[in-house]
Design a protein around this ligand. Sequence first.
Ligand SMILES: NC(=O)c1ccc[n+]([C@@H]2O[C@H](COP(=O)([O-])OP(=O)(O)OC[C@H]3O[C@@H](n4cnc5c(N)ncnc54)[C@H](OP(=O)(O)O)[C@@H]3O)[C@@H](O)[C@H]2O)c1
Length: 343
Amino acid sequence: MRSRAEQEQGSTANWFTMVLGVVSVVGAGVVTAAFLYRKRLERSFGRHDESKEENVEGKIVVITGANTGLGKEAAFEMARRGAVVVLACREHGMTEAAILDIRKRTSRGELIFMELDLSSLESIRRFCKNFNEKFQKVDILINNAGVFVPLKKRMKSYDGYEINFGVNHLGHFLLTNLLLDKLRAAAPSRIVVVASTLSERGKLNFDDLNLETANDEDTMFAYGTSKLASILIARELARRLSGTGVHTYALCPGWVKTDLARNAMDVPWKKYIGMLMSSFLFMLTPHQGVQTILHCAVSTKVADETGKLYRNCDHWVTTSNLAEDLGKKLWEASEDLVVQKSK
Ligand SMILES: NC(=O)c1ccc[n+]([C@@H]2O[C@H](COP(=O)([O-])OP(=O)(O)OC[C@H]3O[C@@H](n4cnc5c(N)ncnc54)[C@H](OP(=O)(O)O)[C@@H]3O)[C@@H](O)[C@H]2O)c1
């Protein structure tokens, strides 16, 4: 016969096993439900239609920030279509590593590293001088590189501009302008601007474009403002380039798992766990995120469009004010800013 102590020990063990069983069943149910929900959601992600695209074999494609994330995936996609891809990046070692990775996936196309640091106007001018000496034209320019730095870090570009504004907007503004002749030479050609729906969280203050006096509580504000600026310039470019055969496209790739948040990771742990869970459910892979970039860069469906916005491989209607006079005013202000630093 078992003693009373042994009986109590046995019933505690049974109770523990039962609780463990219930927790395992509920846990497995939650994970399966989340997995099925994710799979169902994936069916709604936009997908570029490869049967309706221009042939880019031998075409010159320049991609900024192509050593990682969406830019690297775009470089792979262009290389596998036989394009000559210029990876315009700031770090040689990381870009060579990215090229080796891409080469494991495709042997087609050409992959060429050229140094470009978008936080330095001098580096941009040097890149364009080298590029313009080496190449006769640009068929597709993908302005992809970007940083997402909360304003409260007060990080500046090499030339002293607020880092999001300096890299995401001003750097690409100068780059695009210095490559315009080569884009015109390739017409029909495309300029693809990787923006974001967070542009709707931004606001331009022409008395303080450098955000010196802006409230830095909203983590998204500076990034959003830089993306709003990129969109306004894409639309202004479309007006200025009307009839030349150079078309512009601005897009949001969706919420994609990349290194973009590397400068914004100091969030409280509770928020971090919440973010991890929602990222599992909602975040796109780089392959899923690159679809709208491909849609804008090579799809025949949008070949006759210019100055429009895209998301999920479709048109995107933004709530931002994109009035023509704002685009013109920003163009002139941006010209002044890059010229000032060249004196
Ligand atoms: N991921 C998203 O959820 C999401 C959503 C909406 C829009 N976007 C946009 O998508 C684009 C690609 O970002 P991602 O998500 O792929 O992020 P990522 O993995 O962080 O890639 C960003 C790229 O930009 C480059 N870059 C940063 N500063 C630069 C500089 N000063 N000069 C030259 N290159 C520079 C980075 O180079 P280094 O490695 O050398 O720093 C990197 O190659 C960005 O414009 C981003 O704003 C992303």
